[in-house]
Ligand binder design. Structure first.
Ligand code: AQP
Length: 345
């Protein structure tokens, strides 16, 4: 079946969005609205795979919606909604839990990292997360998924699930009139740019993350100019000056990270950044980086504040987005039910 190019991606409302979420994903989402049909989700059902305080979760859903819009997502061009308002995600997620194999999920590094040593106490949902993520994407027969580097393995699993479904149900798919037997597409990850894996400001070997205990490890999209400046000033570096060539960043994860952040925000390459700052001290570079970060983030932060002051309007946007999302995914889900052999009225 020739699939219409369609973009799907999402973020978890598990805390404040940070610069990694913005540079690794959100910035690309904004660009893709001009070239593709785009569906952007707030994946609240993924969020509860680890405990969330209900009042804080409700607030975080609205905050993420506000961040999406403030960063440049346009509700007229793109669909913006929260996952739990469209029941198809849960329904298809269950079917995919029955398609995916335990061995596949056992290999997921994110589960190992998030469950830690005490995996017996992790939720079943945290383990099954990649099957629900596959459902999020394939419920829309999405063809492109802009994400950060950390989601690459989950995207590969999504493709495995799509392929196994197409194989397992090949007869039903053909009986439904799909001659080439391809009911689900093989979605392509879109992982591009100099900041696909933004690292912690305190430790160049750990990714910047909402759940890191140290707030100094990340730049939050709601941080004010003063806080951004201080965090960048305190960011871990090494005693050497910046190299002039990209190869010189290789054994220097913290320097590499800051140069990548600058390049992504200035919409240029690491090589260009080094051509400008190579040979200089970190103090000069950090000052320029802080100025650039404030110039880029502050307008988004102010707009987020304005939007979150009107929660009823955000809820209206999410309800509207959910209706538009369901209008696309429900007919696909109906076909899935027929193919699987369910009876529906
Ligand atoms: N450090 C990062 N660098 C680049 N991209 C990143 N993303 C996340 N962290 C980085 C990308 O942001 C999108 C949304 O991520 P998510 O909210 O679904 O969850 P996550 O990947 O688990 O992000 P966090 O911040 O680490 O959250 P917690 O701490 O709650 O687990 C994805 O496209 C992701 O690749």
């Amino acid at each position: 079946m020739p699939f219409k190019p369609r973009v799907f991606s999402g973020m978890q409302p598990t805390g404040n969005l940070h610069l990694g979420n913005y540079l690794g994903a959100l910035q690309r989402w904004v660009e893709m609205q001009n070239t593709h049909e785009c569906i952007y989700c707030i994946v609240d059902m993924h969020a509860i795979t680890v405990w969330q305080n209900p009042a804080e979760l409700r607030q975080a859903i609205r905050d993420v919606a506000a961040a999406y819009i403030a960063a440049g997502l346009d509700t007229k061009k793109s669909i913006i909604f929260n996952q739990s308002q469209v029941p198809v995600h849960a329904e298809l997620g269950w079917i995919f839990s029955c398609v995916a194999r335990l061995g596949w999920l056992d290999r997921m590094t994110q589960f190992k990292e998030k469950a830690g040593k005490d995996k017996e106490r992790a939720s079943v949902g945290l383990y099954a997360y990649p099957a629900l993520m596959a459902a999020d994407i394939l419920a829309y027969q999405a063809t492109h998924v802009p994400v950060g580097e950390d989601q690459k393995q989950h995207l590969e699993l999504t493709r495995d699930i799509a392929q196994k479904f197409n194989n397992d149900y090949a007869d039903g798919i053909r009986a439904a009139g799909i001659a080439d037997g391809l009911f689900f597409p093989m979605p392509e990850p879109v992982i591009q740019g100099p900041a696909t894996r933004v690292m912690s400001l305190r430790d160049g070997s750990k990714k910047m993350s909402k759940s890191d205990a140290s707030d100094n490890s990340r730049i939050n999209m709601i941080d004010d100019a003063d806080t951004i400046g201080k965090k960048i000033q305190k960011a871990k570096t090494d005693p050497e000056p910046l190299p002039s060539e990209e190869a010189g960043l290789d054994p220097r994860p913290e320097a590499d990270n800051l140069v990548g952040i600058y390049a992504a925000m200035a919409d240029t390459t690491k090589a260009d950044v080094l051509a400008q700052f190579g040979g200089g001290q970190f103090s000069t570079f950090k000052k320029a980086l802080a100025e650039l970060a404030v110039a880029k983030i502050s307008p988004i932060t102010s707009e987020m504040r304005r939007l979150t002051a009107d929660p009823a309007e955000i809820d209206r946007i999410l309800a509207d987005g959910s209706r538009r999302a369901a209008a696309i995914s429900q007919p696909i889900m109906d076909q899935v039910k027929d193919i699987v052999g369910f009876i529906r009225s």
